[in-house]
Design a protein. Structure first.
Lengths: 113, 115
């Protein structure tokens, strides 16, 4: 399974864009990149996922490099409620029923007023 | 949709006692996952089910842990006997199997404290 590398912590000013990087240099061709976040004392929350094209939804944008070895999650206008730990995960290949997500330590994002 | 429902939210028990954690997945989801989260080890997958059948239990720490899914709408994680090192937050998650790229929905977790 491909592993990911994220900075342990980041700060962002409220109202500004938060850009969270993730390195997944060993990703294979059929593996997706997922982003989740976990707000304190809550369960992880799905944000977005992508394979090779950039993706956008109501929560965030996901930019994946052409070689797919890294990606960036963008929160366009961060609010205090976006303070959380953000996990970048590469999903193990869907061989049969193998559908585990391998979780790293994530990036602790602090949005400051 | 009420989401993934876990109970209890908090459990405090004495060492040696049996603990049962419960999970109701989202209706229509046919995959269910049990995770454990601690400060030291982060999120760890314990076991997951597909169509009520256990697929991979390699993350279950030892024989004291067992999980069942008697039907599509209910699963339990049991620890017997419990030990202080089992103290953690236990999460249940579910999703649909069909297709790549489907996100998981997590419950709010059960915070277990074994004293």
């Amino acid at each position: 399974d491909a592993k990911t590398t994220q900075p342990p912590s980041m700060d962002c000013a409220e109202g500004r864009a938060a850009n969270l990087p993730c390195n997944h240099s060993t990703i294979s061709g059929n593996e997706y990149v997922y982003w989740y976040r976990q707000i304190h004392s809550q369960g992880p929350q799905y944000i977005i996922h992508g394979l090779k094209n950039n993706e956008t939804n109501e929560m965030a944008s996901l930019i994946i490099t052409e070689d797919r070895k890294s990606s960036t999650l963008i929160l366009p206008h961060a609010t205090l409620r976006d303070t959380a730990v953000y996990y970048c995960i590469v999903r193990s290949s869907n061989a049969g029923n193998n559908r585990k997500l391998i979780w790293g330590l994530g990036t602790s994002l602090a949005v400051n007023p | 949709d009420a989401g993934v429902i876990q109970s209890p939210r908090h459990e405090v028990t004495e060492m040696g006692q049996e603990v049962t954690l419960r999970c109701k997945p989202i209706s229509g989801h046919n995959s269910l996952f049990w995770y454990r989260q601690t400060m030291m080890r982060g999120l760890e997958l314990l076991i997951y089910f597909n169509n009520n059948v256990p697929i991979d239990d390699s993350g279950m720490p030892e024989d004291r842990f067992s999980a069942k899914m008697p039907n599509a709408s209910f699963s339990t994680l049991k620890i017997q006997p419990s030990e202080p090192r089992d103290s953690a937050v236990y999460f249940c998650a579910s999703n649909q199997q069909m297709g790549q790229g489907v996100g998981y929905t997590f419950g709010s977790g059960t915070r277990l404290t074994v004293v």
